[in-house]
Design a binder for this molecule. Structure first.
Ligand code: NA7
Length: 547
């Protein structure tokens, strides 16, 4: 493997840059991967479509955008220096602060110098002869690398539904995930927001403050908990620091966001006990209701009470009874779509300038030059905001033309749904790693912690290959098959498959219905055990062995 500096010195040959590893994406996962791989002494090139670092936090600038994980936890855990230097100002950080944090990390660890910005990967093709990946970009560049690390993010490809007539609409059109950098002024405007997932629920109260009128187009009512966001105090920081070692330890076996092993045998708490606990959590704020009882995501009886609790809160908050009923989620258990964390969402419907349009009662027929035509009426609009989510988890990977051994296309390999081993690697695609790929906990829980874990694992794997003079690693088909069965089996024993969520891919027409994240427990132990058992289920120098 070449040294870091040798890329600049000797890397260019006939327009192709040679390096040890290409890292695609400069979000939390990509930045950490660049840092760790450089520490390992590899020559690396980072490629990022945006003009700067940040990943999904670079693009998602809509009004009210903030993280739904507490900022002290939604941070890198690997750098004591970074922890000392950075002080989060709020319990739930706003996008601008998260982006400043990522900027700071990129500067602090001199990562920008490794990254080609405003460059999009169009293809990555594995060559059997030299066992190298050739990664091509939309700027016509080519990079040849031993390893290809896809840090392309789970929520990075915005979804705009195809509804007829959009081209006729004369007003301004926005998407929460592609928000302009310059301020958008909605004052005096009649605004429509389509979508009531996390993005819509965060944006709606803020847009309502300035818009002349806001129409909220809701297809599925969603569960949301109040964030109770506030400034962090000195005491919060001291407390976090004193508990940090324990927090790190807990990450090794956390059930945060996953279904704990005790779920199957846990007692069913009484309605009164549950109600009391949910009230405490409602007052505390945040999405912790999902961890209130071990069986809340597996047992209908328990989950139903939590649903009733939130519905009662909605009815107590929203003054107009019909609007309140329309806002009550009824068709799915709580938590099986990602729970929303809001700042004044349900309260906003008490404002005279906000109206809910229930698309279950009056579906959108088309856009017109002046607004939206539903089956019941025309809604006049000057501006339209799509808060319609993402082609999640696999969207960014499948947007590139990725070809592995024998020209196998990733699109073909995943035609019936994504298949990986541990969410980290794909059979037939040697030396390709997917950070927080499908089949790993990824978006369940704290995605930064999950990114760090994947990077640490793959860096150790590459290091071990280097020590053993191994050139390629890839999962065995059988191991991958067993893992995917396990991922599906674990999900099937929960309530997760009971909602049409982006976890299942059903928000994208034609996408196979497959539950993508791993919601079992002990994931980190499994990954460590596999590594310490000589990377069980992985094949090294596979082609050589086969021949
Ligand atoms: P989500 O959670 O996927 O929400 C998208 C919303 O858009 C949701 O309410 C959808 O309704 C709605 N939607 C999608 N297509 C349509 C059409 N065609 N018509 C009407 N409404 C539609 O995306 P977010 O950006 O809010 O959040 C994604 C994640 O980012 C979030 O979970 C956090 O982890 C951060 P549906 O529910 O499908 O009926």
């Amino acid at each position: 493997m070449t040294s870091v500096s040798s890329v600049a010195r000797t890397g260019m040959s006939s327009g192709t840059v040679n390096c040890d590893a290409v890292v695609v994406g400069a979000g939390f996962g990509g930045l950490y991967a660049l840092h760790r791989l450089r520490e390992l002494g590899l020559s690396i090139v980072g490629i990022e479509a945006a003009p700067d670092v940040g990943g999904t936090w670079y693009w998602n600038r809509y009004p009210g955008v903030r993280c739904d994980v507490q900022s002290l936890l939604y941070s890198y855990s690997w750098s004591p220096e970074l922890r000392r230097e950075w002080r989060w100002s709020e319990r739930y950080a706003a996008q601008a602060e998260i982006l400043r944090y990522m900027d700071h990390a990129a500067d602090r660890f001199r990562l920008r110098e490794l990254i080609r910005f405003e460059t999009r990967v169009v293809s990555a093709v594995y060559g059997e002869d030299d066992k190298l990946w050739t990664v091509r970009t939309d700027r016509g560049e080519a990079f040849r690398a031993r390893f290809c690390i896809m840090a392309t993010g789970c929520l990075s490809v915005p979804n705009t539904p195809s509804i007829p007539g959009l081209e006729d609409f004369r007003g301004a059109v926005y998407h929460t995930a592609k928000w302009p950098h310059e301020p958008v002024d909605f004052s005096g405007k009649r605004v429509g927001v389509i979508g009531t997932g996390s993005s819509g629920i965060q944006a709606i109260p803020v847009i309502a403050e300035t818009a002349a009128h806001l129409s909220v187009f809701q297809r599925t009512a969603n569960f949301s908990m109040p964030s109770r966001n506030r400034s962090l105090t000195e005491q919060d920081h001291v407390q976090f620091e004193s508990g940090f070692a324990a927090y790190l330890e807990s990450l090794q076996h956390t059930d945060f966001g996953r279904v704990p092993p005790t779920a199957a045998t846990a007692p069913v708490p009484s309605r009164e006990v549950q109600w009391q606990r949910y009230e405490e959590l409602w007052q505390e704020g945040g999405g912790a209701i999902l961890y209130a009882f071990p069986n809340i995501l597996t047992h209908h009886g328990v989950n139903d009470v939590a649903c009733d609790f939130v519905r009662q809160k909605i009815r107590e908050t929203v003054q107009d009874p019909e609007t309140a009923e329309d806002l009550c989620p009824t068709g799915h258990p709580i938590g099986v779509k990602r729970i929303c964390v809001d700042s004044g969402y349900f309260q906003v419907f008490n404002r005279p300038n906000v109206a809910l349009v229930n698309l279950r009662k009056e579906p959108i027929e088309r856009f017109t030059s002046g607004g939206v035509q539903t089956s019941a009426r025309h809604v006049d609009l000057d501006a339209l905001v799509f808060a319609t989510g993402f082609d999640a988890v696999t969207g960014a990977l499948l947007a590139m033309d990725i070809r592995g051994r024998d020209g196998l296309e990733l699109k073909e390999a995943w035609a019936a749904g994504p298949r990986t081993y541990l969410g980290l690697a794909v059979a037939g695609f040697p030396n390709l790693f997917t950070i927080t790929g499908p089949g790993s906990p990824s978006v369940i829980g704290n995605v930064i912690a999950n990114c760090e874990h994947h990077v640490d694992w793959l860096v150790e794997c590459i290091d071990s290959m280097r020590r053993r003079s191994q050139q390629t690693v890839e999962p065995e088909e059988a191991a991958q098959g067993e893992w995917m069965e396990h991922v599906a089996d674990v999900a099937s024993r929960t309530l997760y498959p009971e909602a049409n969520s982006w976890y299942l891919g059903v928000n994208i027409p034609g996408k196979p219905r497959v539950f993508m994240p791993y919601v079992g427990t002990g994931y980190r132990h499994t990954c460590s055990a596999i590594a310490s058992e000589g990377y069980k289920g992985f094949l090294f120098d596979g082609a050589a062995k086969r021949s």
